[in-house]
Design a protein around this ligand. Structure first.
Ligand SMILES: Nc1ncnc2c1ncn2[C@@H]1O[C@H](COP(=O)(O)OP(=O)(O)OP(=O)(O)O)[C@@H](O)[C@H]1O
Ligand SMILES: [Mg+2]
Length: 253
């Protein structure tokens, strides 16, 4: 199973949009995907039309937590979900004072059935707090969505610094799978310049795929469907399918 954290402490950078729609696009390619919603705002959970996660989500962070019990079908082919709820705010508070708190999620994930999914995608909250650190400690790959604005790129250095610290202290296996330019308005020169600047600065770390600004992507959460189901012919569906293909092709021959 390839394991990804989808993280950026900057709010609204496209983490949830990427988690949900990449999962659905991988599912379309007959891959089995588990999405773990680690954000107390539970946007990914709501996007899949699942509203009733409650206190049981604290099991994600309890020492005897059995994650397999929390898995639900997400309603998109090949995709399962471990839902979130606002109860995760409590987990953040409890973990802040605990020894070894950063590794609880990793230990719980290790107990999942090893062959049931091809990909794990963790949708992280917009902070570098203990929930996100748990995700970075538990996975091997980091996918960083960035909104294609100059301001949005400024937080990237801090995130990459955090990744280095996690690599040194908690998870030597962590690597950056890719930086994903999101919400690119291809009609404006500014957006194209930001993507060029990103490629100059971060080079091969930047995915070839870019995600264009597409109103259909912003609409589909209200309909409880990923873009591949809500509007399979949209630019948003095409872009997330291209990303799925790029990620699959990283697996080589
Ligand atoms: N390619 C896109 N085209 C149009 N709208 C988009 C696109 N990507 C994301 N959005 C919109 O931008 C907003 C932020 O996106 P999203 O919720 O995915 O970001 P996030 O990083 O998960 O936010 P948060 O930090 O709050 O968790 C949402 O309203 C979403 O619908
Ligand atoms: Mg989000």
């Amino acid at each position: 199973m390839r394991t990804f954290a989808i993280a950026n402490q900057k709010g609204g950078s496209g983490k949830t949009t990427t988690s949900v729609n990449l999962a659905a696009a991988l599912g379309e390619q007959d891959r089995r995907v588990l999405v773990l919603d680690l954000d107390p705002q539970h946007s990914a959970t709501a996007w899949f039309g699942i509203k009733n996660a409650g206190k049981e989500v604290l099991g994600i962070f309890s020492d005897d937590g059995n994650l397999a019990d929390l898995v639900q079908e997400a309603g998109a082919p090949g995709v399962d979900l471990i839902p979130s709820s606002s109860w995760l705010v409590g987990a953040e508070k409890i973990l802040a004072g605990e020894v070894g708190a950063e590794t609880i999620l990793r230990r719980n994930l290790e107990r999942l059935p090893p062959d049931r999914w091809d990909y794990l995608l963790i949708d992280c909250p917009p902070t570098l707090g203990v929930l996100t650190i748990n995700a970075l400690t538990a996975v091997e790959e980091l996918l960083v969505p960035v909104e294609a604005h100059v301001m949005a790129l400024s937080g990237l250095a801090q995130l990459l610094q955090t990744v280095e610290i996690v690599q040194e202290r908690l998870n030597a296996k962590l690597r950056i799978s890719g930086i994903l330019a999101c919400r690119v308005d291809a009609r404006t020169r500014h957006a194209r310049e930001v993507v060029e600047q990103l490629r100059e600065r971060e080079g091969p770390l930047v995915y070839h795929t870019i995600i264009r600004e597409n109103i259909r992507l912003a609409e589909c959460p209200s309909f409880g469907q990923p873009i591949t189901q809500y509007d399979p012919k949209s630019a948003g569906a095409a872009d997330y399918r291209a990303l799925a293909q790029e990620i699959i092709s990283q697996e080589g021959s």
